[in-house]
Design a protein around this ligand. Structure first.
Ligand SMILES: Nc1ncnc2c1ncn2[C@@H]1O[C@H](COP(=O)(O)OP(=O)(O)O)[C@@H](O)[C@H]1O
Ligand SMILES: [Mg+2]
Length: 370
């Protein structure tokens, strides 16, 4: 048996421990409510918002007093969430997990995963809470992995078929040219015209096969140390020529003190040519293409090259697809240009990203320094 004073001491220490624990839990809750990557919304049994964490406040851009006490539906409408990400069935126990919610904030798209759980006290329903996790970054990484996996498969197919197509093409082209000569000798003008069409179509197939070949596993990367400026200088005349035909102005901002990079020059030229070509093609009625070299002390091991155009931009639902092989919005497009860029940049250990805000498009190529 415990004597009385011992009992009191013990219960005092238990009470003290409880207070300490509650304080600790409260501190955790407060900290949780200010976390950046995770948001929480607490709802009462009328589906009114009781509390939201900082992440929700910053996502929806409304001050907290304008959120709290509103019916959830009213808030969905005010922040433009349509269709509603969840409804009152949550209060009845219709919980959900990992529901995807695309949240557009200004011009940025946030991919959120939300979980909803109802709260009860005994038999009574007291409300619900919803957790919001920002998974944009993770999804972008997963997308990159998926993209390169897809490219690898296509690369294998390309390696197996492109040469098989190209060899007969070369033979066909050779004989057609011979035929053309005979037609010329006999002054058969109409037939010469037909043959001309065949030849130009053959060139198109040949171009397609060449791009396709670039997707196949590269023979051997010839990675040497070089200055990015030198590479751009070499392709600039070609881009300027093309730009002239489309009434596009090209502005190039070199950066003299750029650290050297480790890359394969011919492949890198291919990347920049494709980006330049796409930008010019996007600005049919004229515009400006800005090519800029950047390096920052925050990322000393990496440089970037930007291709920014003043074209129509890329709609959000198309943006996810531009790197897909064979995705094109052009009548004469192959849809392989950006796939080739992605493939090459992957092999060089770099990255390629695109953003577009409706006033143009920005492609950023990141490359490792040597
Ligand atoms: N700078 C850009 N501005 C607008 N759309 C672009 C731009 N670059 C690429 N795109 C879009 O991405 C698609 C795929 O590009 P790409 O892979 O080079 O194939 P292609 O040029 O043959 O269509 C294009 O058809 C176009 O819709
Ligand atoms: Mg292209």
């Amino acid at each position: 048996m415990m004597d009385e004073p011992e009992k009191i001491k013990r219960s005092r220490s238990v009470a003290g421990h409880k207070v300490k624990r509650e304080r600790y839990v409260r501190r955790f809750v407060n900290r949780f409510l200010t976390m950046e990557g995770i948001g929480v919304m607490l709802l009462d049994s009328d589906f009114r918002i009781v509390e939201v964490s900082d992440m929700i406040v910053s996502l929806c851009g409304l001050p907290r007093p304008d959120i709290v006490d509103k019916y959830a539906e009213q808030w969905f409408d005010e922040v433009g969430l349509r269709p509603w990400p969840f409804d009152r069935s949550l209060l009845e126990g219709q919980t959900f997990r990992n529901r995807v919610l695309n949240w557009r904030q200004d011009k940025q798209l946030h991919k959120l995963m939300i979980d909803g759980e109802h709260l009860t006290e005994g038999e009574a329903r007291t409300g619900a809470f919803v957790l919001f996790r920002d998974v944009s970054h993770r999804m972008a990484l997963e997308e990159q992995v998926r993209r390169s996996d897809r490219l690898k498969t296509i690369g294998q197919i390309a390696a197996g078929t492109a040469h098989e197509i190209r060899n007969p093409l070369t033979a066909i082209k050779g004989f057609i040219q011979l035929l053309n000569k005979s037609l010329k000798d006999r002054d058969m003008e109409k037939e010469q015209e037909f043959v001309g069409i065949v030849l130009s179509e053959l060139d198109r197939v040949n171009d397609l096969v060449s791009e396709f070949l670039l997707l196949s596993k590269p023979k051997e990367l010839r990675q040497v140390s070089m200055r990015i400026g030198g590479v751009i200088q070499e392709i600039l005349p070609m881009i300027r020529n093309e730009a002239l035909l489309h009434n596009v102005t090209v502005i190039y901002y070199p950066k003299p003190e750029m650290p050297p990079i480790l890359a394969d020059k011919e492949l890198l030229k291919q990347v920049f040519l494709n980006l330049g070509k796409n930008a010019i093609e996007a600005m049919d009625g004229g515009g400006t293409l800005i090519i800029r070299e950047c390096s920052s002390s925050e990322e000393p091991g990496r440089i970037t090259v930007e291709f920014r155009d003043t074209g129509p931009g890329i709609p959000a639902d198309v943006l996810d697809k531009v790197f897909d092989p064979f995705f094109t919005t052009k009548p004469q497009g192959t849809g392989l240009g950006l796939s080739v860029c992605q493939r090459i940049v992957d092999d060089l250990g770099g990255s390629i990203e695109v953003t577009s805000d409706g006033y143009g498009t920005l492609f950023v190529v990141g490359l490792p320094c040597s």
